[in-house]
Each structure stands twice: as structure tokens, then as C-alpha cells.
Write a protein of this length. Structure first.
Length: 453
């Protein structure tokens, strides 16, 4: 297999996988239908008492019917209070209003079905939409085999299930990352005009008002792409497109609705940045932090995406090197560089007050890098000759990842210690094994199974 450069479409695709028709994916669609079914079942089995973001806490909030919610539940409800017409004093101090796009999308269903069922339905709709768009994108670029790999890797991805069961903006992380990555791929194409660049950058920028945490990954990635392709003159236009939706949203919230933008949640990164501005007098802190970097990097790499997907990425990379290698696409490079930069920004920072974002306890911050693992696995899987030994090894790697992640996703049904450990390492806001403890205490009850008095 020949090596192909970052921004170039790769040759040597498999047989009929090259002939991509938009409707062709549905002609023999049982692998995709099966993946979607697994995804839907996994989403439902991550609700109620099984919702990981709630059940992994030390003392989750108990809702009617005995369902569980995160203790920050009220903060996530405040934007809905605003949309409901509640008095301003009930929502003007809301921590999550800067992510206003999510409650705006969810409101019609939440108002009709209630916060839990409406929230679940919008989360599932957004997730399925993002996954389907991604599968079609991979199908067109890499062929059917690559699309099947993507479908099953996403259908069993614990990073979807961790968030999907609760009506919080975190549920858009995965679908928004997938859509944003597609936008970056289009930006990286030589045929991308200035008009397309601005529209695509603006589209990615809109994603940030659903979940602003993606700013840390997608903005540096976009700048990296343009720099690597020597299109530096386009960077100002891209930056304007990427940031104007957030700037406009914050302006409307602050000057139009009287919302306080500076709060304990939003000021964390400003405080960290301020510590870097005093770097000349804080070199001892930075040098001391360097000693912890290697172990922190390894742990965050695996913890941020639930062990098995990062492991399969490493194995697959070594596997690809045996056949001449698949060079990283410039988009994959950009997202990885952005993730490394963000990791160093947090973990090398001089001492600062308040919430400490350094260390391994909040590995979830680096979750968006999952898209690199998925696209790289899909690219390689889709381009190996069907009859080759490497293809069979690739099937084993992807299949083992799907099974292992499936074990995590459905682990609540059988008391899996691996599930408990994977979810707890992803976000260590609680001691280990609280997930199993709360399932035993409250019972295994997804939405629809109300606890009887």
C-alpha cells in the first residue's frame, strides 16, 4: 500500500467500495441497521438509575420515580426556566446559559414530554443525526468497510452513553465533534473557497454555543490546518467565522438579558491564562510540573476515551506501519496537536487559585480526540485489501474494540467492574465503584421503570 500525504485522498480502496452512491449505503444496510439498534438500546440503558454521569457520583440527586441525576441538575435546568418565562432572578445567574443552543433545541420536546423524556429524546435525535452524517461522510470518502467500522465504533462508544441519559448540554459533545470534524475536512480541501471557509468556520462556531468546551480543540485544529497548508492569509477570516457566534451569544445574554457571564464555572480558564502571563516569575512551578507530565499524559490518553479505543488506535497504527503506513491527515494532525497543546496549557501552568484542571481527575476534557481514533481506524480499515492478512488483523482489532466497549456500555446490567472503573477514570468526581453501589441501592431501572412506593 502506498503512502499518501496528509491532505490527499488515499488510493488503493477496496473493490466496489470506491463506487459510492449516496443511497448505496442502504442497499445492504444490515450492518448499519444493527449498529443503530445497538446505539439506541445503549442510549436507553444509560438512563434512569443507569445514567453514568449521575450514578458515578458519591451522592447523586434522586428524582421522582427513583431516577438519578447529577448534583448540578438545577444549574442545567436554569436555561429551561428562562425559556419557560420564569422570573429573571431564577436564571440570570445560570452557569450554563452560554451553551444556550442546547436548551433551545431541546425546549419543544422538554415542554411537551418533560425534562427527562424530552431531554432523552433530543439527545438521541442529535446523537443519531451526528452519527448518521458521519457514517455517510466516511462512506463517501473511504467506502463501505470504513463506514461499517465507524458505525460500530460509535454505536458502542462509552463516551456517548456517559452523557446521553441526562438533559444536559454535554450530550452534544460527540455529535458536535463529529460534525465539526467533517467541517475541518472540507476546509482542508484545496477547492475550499473563501466563501466556503467562512460559512464552514461559522458553522463550526455555532457548535460552540451548544458546548463551548469544543473551542479548545476545533479552533486550534482549524488554525493548524491552514498553517500546515500554507494558507496563513486565510486564518483571520477563519477566526472571525469561528468566534462570532459565541461573541454574539454572550453579548445578547449579557446586555440583552442581564446574565452574569463571569462566574465560578466560566472564569476557570481565564485564571489559568492569567497564571501563564506571570511565567517569568513562576518558572520553578513550571519545571516542577514537567516531571509529572509523562505519567499524566499516558493516563489521560487512556482515561479520556475509556481505555480500549485509545489502545486500538495504537495497535492499529503499528499495524499500518507494516504495510507502508498511512500518514495522518492534516485534520487528524490538527486535532491531536490541539489536544496536546490544551493538555500542556493545563498541566504545565504555574500555580493558580480555584478549581485545579491539571492532573488525571478530569480526563474527560480531552474526550474530543476520540474522533481521530475513529477516523484513522475507519480510513485504514476501509483501504486494506479484503483478502490480505492485515485486513483480517484489522477486523480483529476493530471487533475486539467494539466488544470491549460494548461490555462497558452494557456493564450496568451485569455489575461489570470494568464499567465502573472506565466511567470513574473518565471523570474522577467520586471514589471508585460508586456506579455498582448505586445500581445495587436504587436498582437497575432505565426510564420507563418507575420505582413503586
Amino acid at each position: 500500500m502506498r503512502r499518501v500525504g496528509g491532505g490527499q485522498p488515499m488510493g488503493n480502496r477496496v473493490g466496489n467500495d470506491q463506487a459510492v452512491v449516496s443511497s448505496g449505503i442502504f442497499r445492504t444496510g444490515w450492518p448499519f441497521a444493527g449498529a443503530m439498534l445497538v446505539l439506541l438500546v445503549g442510549c436507553w440503558l444509560s438512563t434512569g438509575t443507569l445514567a453514568p454521569y449521575a450514578a458515578t457520583q458519591a451522592s447523586p440527586l434522586e428524582l421522582p420515580c427513583g431516577y438519578l441525576a447529577n448534583t448540578d441538575h438545577f444549574f442545567h435546568l436554569q436555561p429551561f426556566l428562562m425559556l419557560e418565562g420564569a422570573p429573571p432572578e431564577q436564571w440570570q445567574s445560570a452557569l450554563m446559559l452560554r451553551r444556550i443552543l442546547y436548551p433551545l433545541l431541546a425546549w419543544p420536546l422538554v415542554a411537551t414530554l418533560g425534562i427527562l423524556w424530552g431531554g432523552l429524546l433530543i439527545n438521541v435525535l442529535l446523537t443519531v443525526a451526528g452519527v448518521v452524517v458521519w457514517i455517510l461522510f466516511i462512506y463517501r470518502r473511504e467506502g463501505r468497510a470504513g463506514a461499517i467500522a465507524s458505525a460500530w465504533l460509535l454505536a458502542t462508544y462509552p463516551g456517548i452513553m456517559y452523557w446521553v441519559g441526562l438533559p444536559y448540554s454535554y450530550a452534544v459533545i460527540v455529535p458536535a465533534t463529529l460534525v465539526g470534524c467533517i467541517g475541518l475536512f472540507v476546509i482542508s480541501e484545496e477547492s475550499c473557497s473563501l466563501r466556503q471557509l467562512f460559512l464552514l468556520s461559522s458553522g463550526i462556531g455555532v457548535l460552540f454555543i451548544a458546548y463551548d468546551g469544543l473551542l479548545n480543540t476545533l479552533v486550534p485544529a482549524a488554525l493548524w490546518i491552514l498553517w500546515r497548508q500554507r494558507r496563513v492569509s486565510r486564518i483571520p477570516l477563519a477566526l472571525v467565522g469561528l468566534v462570532w457566534p459565541t461573541v454574539l451569544t454572550l453579548a445578547v445574554l449579557h446586555w440583552g438579558l442581564g446574565v452574569r457571564l463571569d462566574n465560578s464555572n466560566s472564569q476557570t480558564y481565564r485564571i489559568i491564562l492569567d497564571s501563564w502571563l506571570h511565567i517569568m516569575t513562576a518558572w520553578p512551578d513550571v519545571l516542577q510540573n514537567v516531571a509529572h507530565l509523562p505519567l499524566l499524559a499516558i493516563r489521560n490518553y487512556f482515561y479520556s476515551n475509556f481505555f480500549f479505543l485509545p489502545l486500538s488506535f495504537l495497535v492499529f497504527h503499528l499495524l499500518m506501519r507494516r504495510c507502508g503506513g498511512i500518514r495522518y491527515h492534516v485534520v487528524e494532525e490538527g486535532i491531536m496537536v490541539a489536544t496536546v497543546f490544551f493538555f500542556l496549557f493545563l498541566n504545565l501552568a504555574p500555580h493558580y487559585p480555584g478549581w485545579q484542571m491539571r492532573g488525571e481527575w478530569i480526563a474527560r476534557l480531552y474526550q474530543p480526540v476520540f474522533v481521530v481514533f475513529v477516523v484513522y481506524l475507519s480510513r485504514g480499515f476501509g483501504r486494506l485489501p479484503r483478502s490480505s492478512g492485515l485486513r483480517r488483523m484489522a477486523v480483529v482489532v476493530v471487533g475486539a474494540t467494539v466488544l470491549a466497549n460494548g461490555w462497558i456500555v452494557f456493564g450496568g446490567l451485569h455489575g461489570s467492574a470494568i464499567t465502573d472503573l472506565a466511567y470513574q477514570r473518565f471523570y474522577q468526581h467520586t471514589p471508585p465503584f460508586r456506579y455498582s453501589y448505586h445500581l445495587e441501592k436504587y436498582g437497575i431501572r432505565p426510564l420507563g421503570f418507575c420505582r413503586q412506593p
